[in-house]
Design a protein around this ligand. Structure first.
Ligand SMILES: O=C(O)c1ccccc1NCC(=O)[C@H](O)[C@H](O)COP(=O)(O)O
Length: 453
């Protein structure tokens, strides 16, 4: 039942109907209908219906429902019992929004267009018209429309993250995280490690990504052992590591981050997460991260500033990721930026083009970046020494590489292949005690990677 209807602020939906097994379902949304059912809509959760207007007219509906205990989601093609009935939109007196002003929909569209125009943010933080799934008594059904259907994978991830973070915050309040952070070891110097390795090797400092799967590639490494991979990356010459922590779309975890840190890996660690809430910064730091990623396509300027400030107060380096010229301009307008990543992958459609890095570093932008001493990271789609050369020549002092390394059985060989030369460390602290590793190990000074301050 797809529709393009939009939510009218201040209104709720009432429904009445029956399922095939003749259970009556009657909503009790505002109390203005007589209801013979014990079921009720979760307040504020039902927001749209196809072809509904604020006029008190009933429209027919027909849904397929399944018992709420079922794990399967429901849509018009899904299985389950059929519900038929009538639905209408009525004014919700509990809402702060007494009447939708005339032309509210147009105004709302204008507001969104203005935000896109001003900052270029097209990723909506959460569904505009409430969640598509609704529980009615023992049944669940789906009301889908443009306002609650993600427009692309990035938006889908962000919506899912919003729910996930809300639940995580309930489980672990920020006070608990603060206590862990207060007693944690100081963060390692992420940017310093990148600059230092680049100077030592003559190639961009490598952020090697510990990633099992991704939405665009599916499973990349079926024999995924995060600690083994992290140690091999460090031995192979990576300056820093990027650890995917998103479970749903990348099969990552915060546990992996903690395990890698606990295994004695000295490379500074980037928590590769979709950050939309300051709580996540504390969680990243409490899990052993030394740096976090902020995505300019997702976060408005205010959030970028605010999150950067909090991250820095926790000792975390901030990698701000951009994909377009406009995002780069927004980031360059921020007062303090140390590290900018240019993603060659369009996260809305998965297309990868390494010339994107070249484009964004051309002309005045490139000059500004050089003048301000900002370290640029070329991200995604780097497979060969020629690829690395392209982004290095464009001005990247670092690269972030996942797929081409993680899919190799021996990621160390992968690193040498990527740069066309061996940049491995003669020293590798995390392998020092591994009896089954044959590396000749010296030692990276324990304090070498401590964050300044
Ligand atoms: O890679 C994806 O499919 C993806 C989808 C949605 C959001 C982010 C996504 N990837 C994050 C990245 O950009 C990469 O993990 C990272 O830059 C490394 O890229 P690669 O070397 O191509 O694995």
């Amino acid at each position: 039942m797809a529709s393009t209807a939009a939510f009218l602020p201040g209104y709720q939906i009432q429904a009445t109907g029956a399922v095939a097994c003749s259970t009556t379902i009657t909503s009790t949304s505002t109390g203005s209908t007589s209801s013979s059912s014990k079921s009720s809509w979760a307040s504020g959760s039902v927001r749209v219906a196809p072809r509904l207007t604020a006029k008190r007219q009933w429209s027919n509906f027909r849904f397929r429902g399944v018992p709420r205990s079922s794990s399967s989601s429901v849509d018009e093609t899904g299985s389950g019992e059929e519900m038929e009935g009538k639905v209408r939109m009525v004014f919700d007196p509990k809402s702060n929004n007494p009447e939708p002003p005339p032309g509210w929909k147009e105004k709302e569209d204008e507001r969104i267009a203005a935000m896109i125009e001003k900052e270029g943010i097209s990723i909506r933080r959460r569904p505009e018209t409430g969640p598509p799934l609704h529980n009615v008594g023992a049944f669940q059904f789906k009301l889908q429309n443009a306002g609650n259907t993600p427009r692309n994978i990035l938006e889908e991830i962000i919506w899912s993250k919003d729910i996930e973070v809300t639940q995580m915050k309930e489980r672990t309040p920020i006070g608990t995280l603060k206590r862990i952070v207060d007693s944690a070891e100081r963060a390692r110097d992420f940017v310093g490690a990148l600059r230092e390795r680049a100077a030592e090797t003559g190639v961009p400092g490598l952020i090697a990504e510990v990633k099992k799967a991704s939405p665009s590639r599916g499973i990349i490494q079926p024999n995924f052992d995060p600690v083994r991979i992290a140690k091999a990356y460090e031995a192979g010459g990576a300056a820093c590591l990027s650890v995917l922590t998103d479970q749903k779309y990348f099969q990552g975890s915060f546990e992996n981050l903690k395990l890698i840190r606990a295994a004695g890996v000295q490379c500074p660690l980037l928590c590769k997460e979709f950050i939309i809430d300051a709580w996540q910064l504390y969680n990243a730091r409490a899990s052993g991260a030394d740096a976090v990623l902020l995505i300019a396509a997702v976060l408005p300027d205010q959030d970028l500033k605010y999150m950067s400030r909090i991250a820095k107060s926790l000792g975390l380096a901030v990698l701000i990721e951009v994909h377009t010229e406009r995002e780069m301009d927004r980031v360059l307008a921020l007062p303090t930026v140390e590290l900018v990543g240019i993603n060659n992958r369009n996260l809305e459609n998965f297309q990868v083009d390494i010339q994107n890095t070249v484009r964004l570093l051309e002309g005045e932008r490139g000059e500004t970046i050089r003048d301000r001493g900002i370290l640029v990271v070329g991200e995604s789609g780097l497979f060969t020494p020629a690829d690395v050369e392209v982004v290095q020549k464009a001005g990247c002092g670092a690269v972030l590489v996942g797929e081409s390394l993680v899919k190799q059985d021996d990621p160390r060989t992968g690193i040498a292949g990527l740069f066309g030369k061996d940049i491995s460390r003669v020293t590798s602290p995390s392998l020092e005690n591994d009896s089954n590793e044959s590396l000749i190990c010296g030692r990276i000074g324990r304090n070498k990677y401590r964050a300044p301050g």
